[in-house]
Design a protein around this ligand. Structure first.
Ligand code: RFL
Ligand code: PHB
Length: 391
């Protein structure tokens, strides 16, 4: 098999890249190790930045998002039983965000790809990227019980944190920046209308909690739990009781309970792999970097990477210059590190470390007070949350 761009992984990064290349008249093949149902139902992100929304519209994947997605003009910060709303458009030059689940983004992009794009092979597992530093990189993969080779001009590793693409970059050229956290998120989906019309990020002495949503009738909620927690060790009643405690306010706000339909634990990690390119192999999305979910940045970073790559390759094709491809890693990493910084700040602002001291507790509250009382501090949060421009 032969193609111009071999794409490993059909998460948001790989699927959107295939679409961007298709629109630029560049052919590609997508290899995805899991089956379609799995990819379409993996519960993950919920928040799309304005820039992500714009790109999805541009590639023709915006119709259902515009019909079913929920535009959000702010978030609530909750601490010491107080509530503070951050107004995005007023602080961030009119920008807002969209609540539209990653599962739905993937379904929309898969439908488009199958209808009018190049090959998208499910249950096709990439085994290795070979000759990445030559003009003819190859992806060895297994599909329908047989090993095969995809010969490419370029390979883009969109295969997430556990993928194989990154391993093709020699260790001596690589620098990894990493931090793990001593806590995780227990996430639930519940058949109950969200108890607030915007997301609520709550700091509490017992730990962080987040109220989010998937639709007007489905809530998505998260609780900070110790690292290594087994989701099944939490009964539904215990989850609701803990959420109620952490979201408690001084006014008459109440959390509505409902049947929990899904429960899972997500570990928290910050990770950056530099560089994001080796020869004709490019890394995009979680394959190159991970952020803790507190800043809602992971999917949006993946989108920024593939937009940057598609632009660079189109430029090379039209102008005969590799200038933008050569700058790919540097261009992406500038934005990646801003998201790393913001995600780290939001995480340490709102979570309670197991060994937190009373001094650190007071500092967290002082930082939250500062955001709530200073337009400058609040603007910094609103600008970062709604997103930095792509490269
Ligand atoms: P993905 O989505 O992990 O997709 C990688 C794909 O590659 C496939 N794959 C392979 N295919 C072929 N051969 C191999 N050898 C392969 N190895 C792996 C995998 O099956 C998969 O289909 O990476 P991508 O595309 O880079 O997308 C990144 C996002 O998924 C991720 O950053 C976000 O979900 C992070 N995230 C959030 N991001 C946001 O922007 N806003 C949010 O609100 C948000 N909330 C979250 C999140 C992630 C969470 N979890 C579970 C980690 C909330 C949570 C709880
Ligand atoms: C979600 O809805 O899944 C979500 C929202 C905001 C975050 C993280 C996850 O910061």
């Amino acid at each position: 098999m032969r193609t111009t761009v071999g794409i490993i992984g059909a998460g948001p990064a790989g699927l959107l890249l295939a679409r961007l290349l298709h629109d630029a008249g560049i052919d590609s093949v997508v290899l995805e190790s899991r089956d379609r149902t799995y990819v379409e139902h993996r519960q993950r992100a919920g928040i799309l930045e304005q820039g992500t929304v714009d790109v999805l519209r541009e590639v023709g994947a915006g119709a259902r998002m515009d019909g079913e997605g929920l535009r959000h003009d702010g978030i609530e910060l909750r601490f010491a039983k107080q509530r503070h709303r951050v107004d995005f458009p007023a602080l961030a030059g009119g920008r807002s965000v969209m609540v539209y689940a990653q599962t739905e983004v993937c379904k929309d992009l898969i439908a488009l790809q199958l209808a009018e794009g190049g090959p998208l092979l499910f249950e096709a597992e990439a085994l290795a990227v070979e000759d990445a530093d030559s003009d003819r990189p190859r992806v060895r993969f297994r599909h329908e019980g047989r090993e095969d080779v995809l010969e490419c001009d370029y390979v883009v590793g969109c295969d997430g944190f556990w993928g194989v693409a990154r391993k093709a970059i020699p260790a001596r050229l690589t620098q990894v920046f990493e931090r793990t956290y001593p806590f995780a998120w227990l996430g639930i989906l519940a058949d109950v209308p969200p108890s607030h019309d915007e997301l609520v990020y709550a700091r509490h002495d017992r730990g962080f909690a987040l109220l989010s949503m998937r639709s007007p009738s489905v809530s998505r909620l998260y609780l900070q739990v110790p690292e290594g927690t087994d989701a099944d060790s939490w009964s539904d009643d215990a989850i609701w009781a803990e959420l109620e405690r952490r979201f408690e306010t001084a006014d008459d706000w109440r959390l509505a309970r409902g049947p929990i339909t899904q429960k899972s634990v997500t570990p928290m990690r910050s990770y950056v792999h530099e560089p994001m390119r080796y020869g004709r192999l490019f890394l995009a999305g979680d394959a190159a970097h991970i952020v803790p979910p507190t800043g809602a940045k992971g999917l949006n970073l993946a989108v920024g990477d593939v937009v940057t790559f598609a632009r660079a390759l189109t430029y090379a094709k039209e102008k005969g210059s590799a200038e933008l491809l050569d700058a790919y890693s540097e261009t992406c990493l500038r934005r990646v590190w801003q998201a790393e910084r913001f995600s780290y700040d939001m995480t340490s602002l709102l979570h309670r470390a197991p060994d937190a001291t009373a001094f650190e507790d007071r500092l967290q509250l002082a930082r939250l007070e500062r955001i709530s009382s200073s337009r400058a501090a609040e603007t910094d949060l609103a600008e970062a949350y709604t997103g930095f421009p792509f490269g």
